[in-house]
Design a protein around this ligand. Structure first.
Ligand code: NAD
Length: 703
C-alpha cells in the first residue's frame, strides 16, 4: 500500500490497481479525498502493469456524500466535478465497489466510473432535493443516461436511497455480490480484463435518452404529477429542469447550466432552510450541561398504559423499531378496541403498499395487550397515555412505581398537565419524564421530551435515545403550560379567532397558510383534531374565544360531528363552507361591536405567524427550549411548518427581526387586552442590535 496523502492510498495486485479511501466516519468527499483520488488515478494510469482500477472505501461506507462543512466555503480544486471527469476519462476502466451508503456526491462519483458493483446491503442515490438542491456533480445528467429520464426523475424527486437489488434491476449496478468491497471489486475487474468487457463511459450512453428525446410528453406529464404537492418549492422544478437537459443537450453544456442553477439554489433561502434543518436535527440530540458520565439506559421492551388513540400509535412506533411492547388498559373491551385500531392502521398501510403483509404480521406479533398493570413489570420504559386527567395520572404513576424494576423510566404523554405535579407523587421522581407525542403518533415525527425539575440526566438521555430509536425527532423541552409547540400554537389560535371576528372567513384564514406551503390550515386542523380539546383547555385557563366557543356549544365539534368551522359530507374529509358557522361569525362580530372589514392575505399571514414567533422568543428567554433551531424542529415535525421555510425562528431571521418587532407593536397597540403581543425582550434586543436568532444561538453555544 502506498499512501497518496493522509486519506487516499493505492496498491496493486497483478494487473489490478486499487484506490482506497480511508476518511472516517463516512468517507465524505472533502478536498484531501478529492485531491488524493485525482493523484492516485494518475499514478495508476501511468503504471503499465495495471489494466483496471478498483475504487473502494474502508470503514463503514463508500463515499457517503459531499463534505457538508465545505458547503458555505469557497470551492477548492479539484472540485468533485473535476474528479468525476477524471474517473470518466480514465484510460483504464475504473470499477466502483460500493458498500454502506453511496449518496449524493458519493453516488455521482460511482456514476463517473465505467462499472459499479455493490454488496447486497448497500444503498445509493441522489438525496439532494432534501437539501433544496439537485445533484450538481452530474448526477442529474448521468443517471438518466443509465436508467432513462423518467426513472431518474422519480428517483431525484423522491430523494430516497435505492437498495442494491433495485439498483441492479434498474441498471445502475453491473453486479451485486456478497463480500468485502475490495474483493468484489477485484472479482469484477478480473472479468473486465479477461472478458474484455466494453467500458463505455456513462456520458456516452445514449440509448436510454432516445425515446424521451423524440417525445418528451410523458416526461412532462410525469413531472407535473410528481410535483402536484410541492407548492412554492424551488428544488423540485430545478431537478425537473436539470434532468430535462439530459435529453435536450449534451452533457457538458447541461452541466454548465446546472452549475449556475445549483449555485442559485444553494444561496437561496429555501436550500439554506433545509440545510439549517439538517444541522438542527443533529444538534437537537445534544443536551448541554449534563454530566459526561450520564448515559441513556438500555431499552429492550416497553409498556404503554392506555390503548386509546395515542397509546395504540405509540405502541406501533415501538413495534416498527422491532421492540416488544405491551399495551395495558382497564377493560378488555377498551383494549380490544385499541388493538383492533392498530390492526386496522397496519392493514391500511399494507393496502397502500407502504409496508408488506409480512412486516404487518411481525409488528403485530410484537404488540401484546393486558388489563393488569403487572404486565408492565418487565418493561424498561412505561409510557402513560390515558385520559388527560391529573388524578387518574397520579394514581397510575404511584401504583406503577411499585410494580416496575428499579431504573425503569416512567413517562407521561400528557399534552398540557404540569409534569412537576405528576412527578410529586413519586418516590423516585428522577426516573420520571414527559414524552409528548403528536397525533397520529405512529406518523408524526415530533417528540417533545419534557423535563420535570427532578428528572435525572439518565432519564432525559433515555427518553431522547428511545425517541430516536422509534423514528422520532426528539426535542428537549422545559416544563411550562403547553410546552414548546402548543404554547406557541395558542398564540396563533388567538389570532385566527380575532381575524374571524374582524372580517375574515375560515377558508381565508386557512388559505393564508396553505398558500405559504402548510399542508393544512389551522382551522381545518382544529376541525380534524376535535374542537372540544381547545374548548376544555380554554375553560381551564379562563380565556374564552367567542366564535370557537359558540361553535362547540352548538354541538359542532369538527369532523367527528360532521361540522365545525366547516361542514363535512359523510365519509368525506373535504371542508365545505358552513353557513351556520358563518352566521355565528357575523353575529359575534356584531355582538362585539366590530365593523367587519376585508383583511388582506399578507396581514393574515403576519398576524397568524408573528405572535407565535414572539412566543418562541419568550420560550428561548426562559430556556424552555435550548436553541432557536429546536423550536424550528418542533414546528417542522409536529405542526406542518413547510420544511423549505425552515421553521418559525429561521423564518423570522429571513424576514428580519426589526420588521417583526414593528408589526407586533402595531398589533399590541390595536389589542390592548392581549399583553402577550408586546414584543419579547429577546426579540427587541436582537432586532435593536441587528442580530438574528441563529447568531444568538451560536454565541450561547460558544458561551
Ligand atoms: P383516548 O381517550 O383516545 O385514550 C385514552 C385511553 O386510556 C382509553 O383507552 C382509556 O380506556 C384508557 N384509560 C383510561 N384510564 C385508564 C387507566 N387508569 N389505566 C389504563 N388505561 C386507562 O385519549 P388519547 O387521545 O389517546 O390521549 C391520551 C393522552 O395523550 C392524554 O394525556 C392526551 O392529552 C395525550 N395526547 C393526546 C393527543 C391527541 O391528539 N389525541 C396528542 C398528544 C398527547
Amino acid at each position: 500500500m502506498t499512501q497518496i496523502n493522509e486519506k487516499i492510498a493505492i496498491r496493486t495486485e497483478g494487473d489490478i490497481g486499487f484506490i482506497v479511501s480511508d476518511n472516517p466516519p463516512v468517507n465524505a468527499l472533502g478536498i484531501a479525498v478529492r485531491q488524493g483520488m485525482a493523484d492516485a488515478l494518475e499514478t495508476l494510469n501511468a503504471d503499465p502493469a495495471v489494466k483496471a482500477i478498483v475504487l473502494y472505501c474502508v470503514g463503514r461506507t463508500f463515499f457517503a456524500g459531499a463534505d457538508i462543512t465545505e458547503f458555505n466555503k469557497p470551492r477548492l480544486s479539484p472540485t468533485l466535478q473535476d474528479v468525476i471527469a477524471a474517473l470518466e476519462s480514465s484510460a483504464k476502466p475504473v470499477i466502483a465497489a460500493i458498500h454502506g451508503t453511496a449518496l449524493g456526491g458519493g453516488f455521482e462519483t460511482a456514476l463517473g466510473c465505467a462499472f459499479r458493483v455493490a454488496v447486497p446491503s448497500a444503498r445509493m442515490g441522489l438525496p439532494e432535493i432534501n437539501l433544496g438542491l439537485f445533484a450538481g456533480g452530474g448526477g442529474t445528467q448521468r443517471l438518466p443516461r443509465l436508467i432513462g429520464p423518467e426513472k431518474a426523475l422519480e428517483h431525484c424527486l423522491s430523494g430516497k436511497p435505492i437498495g442494491a437489488k433495485a439498483a441492479l434491476d434498474l441498471g445502475i449496478l453491473d453486479a451485486v455480490e456478497e463480500g468485502e468491497p475490495a474483493a468484489i471489486g477485484a472479482a469484477f475487474a478480473r472479468r473486465v480484463i479477461d472478458e474484455d468487457l466494453p467500458a463505455v463511459p456513462v456520458r456516452d450512453r445514449d440509448d436510454k435518452l432516445a425515446a424521451t428525446r423524440a417525445d418528451p410528453t410523458a416526461f412532462d406529464a410525469l413531472a407535473k404529477k410528481l410535483t402536484a404537492r410541492s407548492k412554492g418549492q424551488a428544488a423540485p422544478q430545478a431537478n425537473i429542469d436539470s434532468i430535462r437537459r439530459s435529453f435536450t443537450m449534451g452533457l457538458d453544456e447541461a452541466m454548465a447550466i446546472d452549475a449556475v442553477a445549483n449555485r442559485e439554489l444553494m444561496s437561496g433561502s429555501q436550500s439554506r432552510a433545509l440545510r439549517h434543518l439538517f444541522f438542527a436535527e443533529r444538534e437537537a440530540a445534544r443536551i448541554p450541561g449534563l454530566p459526561e458520565s450520564a448515559k441513556a439506559r438500555p431499552v429492550a421492551r416497553a409498556a404503554i398504559i392506555g390503548a386509546g388513540t395515542m397509546g395504540g400509535g405509540i405502541a406501533m412506533c415501538f413495534a416498527g423499531a422491532g421492540l416488544p411492547v405491551v399495551v395495558i388498559d382497564t377493560t378488555q373491551d377498551a383494549l380490544d378496541r385499541g388493538l383492533e385500531r392498530v390492526k386496522g392502521n397496519y392493514a391500511t398501510s399494507v393496502k397502500r403498499g407502504s409496508i408488506t403483509q409480512d412486516q404487518m404480521d411481525k409488528r403485530l406479533a410484537l404488540i401484546s395487550g393486558a388489563t393488569d398493570r403487572a404486565a408492565a413489570a418487565a418493561a424498561d420504559i412505561v409510557i402513560e397515555a390515558v385520559f388527560e386527567d391529573m388524578d387518574v395520572k397520579k394514581e397510575i404513576f404511584s401504583d406503577l412505581e411499585k410494580r416496575v424494576k428499579p431504573g425503569t423510566i416512567l413517562a407521561s404523554n400528557t399534552s398540557a398537565l404540569d409534569v412537576d405535579e405528576i412527578a410529586a407523587v413519586l418516590e423516585r421522581p428522577r426516573d420520571f419524564v414527559g414524552m409528548h407525542f403528536f397525533s397520529p403518533a405512529n406518523v408524526m415525527k415530533l417528540l417533545e421530551v419534557v423535563v420535570a425539575k427532578d428528572t435525572s440526566p439518565e432519564a432525559i438521555l433515555t427518553a431522547m435515545a428511545v425517541g430516536k430509536t422509534i423514528g422520532k425527532v426528539p426535542v428537549y423541552s422545559g416544563n411550562c403550560d403547553g410546552f414548546i409547540g402548543n404554547r406557541m400554537v395558542a398564540k396563533r389560535s388567538a389570532q385566527a379567532e380575532r381575524i374571524l371576528q374582524q372580517g375574515g372567513w375560515p377558508q381565508q384564514v386557512d388559505a393564508a397558510l396553505t398558500n405559504l406551503g402548510f399542508p393544512m390550515g389551522p382551522l381545518t386542523t382544529n376541525d380534524m383534531s376535535g374542537l372540544d380539546i381547545g374548548y376544555s383547555i380554554r375553560k381551564r385557563r379562563g380565556t374564552p374565544f367567542p366564535i370557537a366557543d359558540a361553535i362547540v356549544e352548538s354541538g359542532r365539534l369538527g369532523q367527528k360531528t360532521g361540522a365545525g368551522y366547516y361542514r363535512y359530507e359523510p365519509g368525506d374529509r373535504t371542508p365545505y363552507p358552513n353557513p351556520e358557522t358563518e352566521a355565528v361569525i357575523i353575529a359575534t362580530s356584531e355582538k362585539l361591536g366590530i365593523t367587519r372589514r376585508e383583511i388582506a392575505e399578507e396581514e393574515m399571514v403576519e398576524r397568524l405567524l408573528f405572535p407565535l414567533i414572539n412566543e418562541g422568543a419568550r420560550i428561548l428567554e426562559e430556556a424552555i427550549a435550548l436553541r432557536a433551531s429546536d423550536v424550528d424542529l418542533v414546528w417542522i415535525n409536529g405542526y406542518g411548518w413547510p420544511r423549505h421555510l425552515g421553521g418559525p425562528m429561521f423564518y423570522a431571521d429571513e424576514i428580519g427581526l426589526p420588521r417583526i418587532v414593528t408589526k407586533l407593536r402595531e398589533m399590541a397597540a390595536e389589542t390592548p387586552g392581549d399583553p402577550s403581543l408586546q414584543p419579547a425582550a429577546l426579540l427587541v434586543q436582537l432586532a435593536d442590535s441587528g442580530q438574528t436568532f441563529a447568531q444568538w444561538q451560536k454565541t450561547r453555544v460558544a458561551g
